[in-house]
Design a protein. Sequence first.
Length: 256
Amino acid sequence: MYTAQKTRKENIAEYILYLWQLEDLLRALQFSPEAIYAKLVKPLGLPEEQKQEVFLWYMDIVNLLREEGKEQQGHLEHTLHLIADLNNLHNQLTVLPVGAEYRRLYARVAPELPALKAKLKDPEISDVELFFRALYSVVLLRIQEAGKHGDAGKGCGTNPQAAADKDTDVSAAPDSIADSGKSRQKYIDDVLTLISPVVAELATVFRKVERGEVDLFGNAPNGDRQASSGAQDGPRPAAVAPEGKNSRNSGTGSAS
């Protein structure tokens, strides 16, 4: 919960990916209150009052997934709304002066997008949602790879490999990734090289707009370009850590 609050303030992209990991982790635990408490809450070593707060926060996410009919798959509407907001920003940055650096990064990946959308059989998917699906497929591929070496569960209080095996959405990945480790690694490298910097820049501008540090319809403050350049390594979330799950309440309630 506390990690989610911090991530929401600092990097909207990592926040969304973090929530998506949490969704799969809760599914792997079959939404069991007992398992959630034993695997995700108790190991935190918090005072009882804080344990109860964190436990209720997890169960709030469980209830949301059930209410939205996403017990088996799918993502919280909260995250999809955030992606829609990011896509609106993406559209603005492709035409406004403040988006010069974003356009430079986006131009590198734009030629690849039609083929990816065709593979997904969803030509209407937004570019930004496609970016997140590709990034999350890399997260899950890495979890699967870690599971083969017996360390997928390190740092997260349970083994997320169960979630990856059950609900891995690697539909944005080319078919060839299943054929060889080399193809899989090339796909991961391509996503991190082409897509991750775009999403990182988008998240950086989003944060600055939220904080009033950038005027989309004017000039960015002095030093803005230097400040955002450090984000271009892209969002590279680790496996979900037990204390930091977020839900629809990124900026709308206590769960963020």
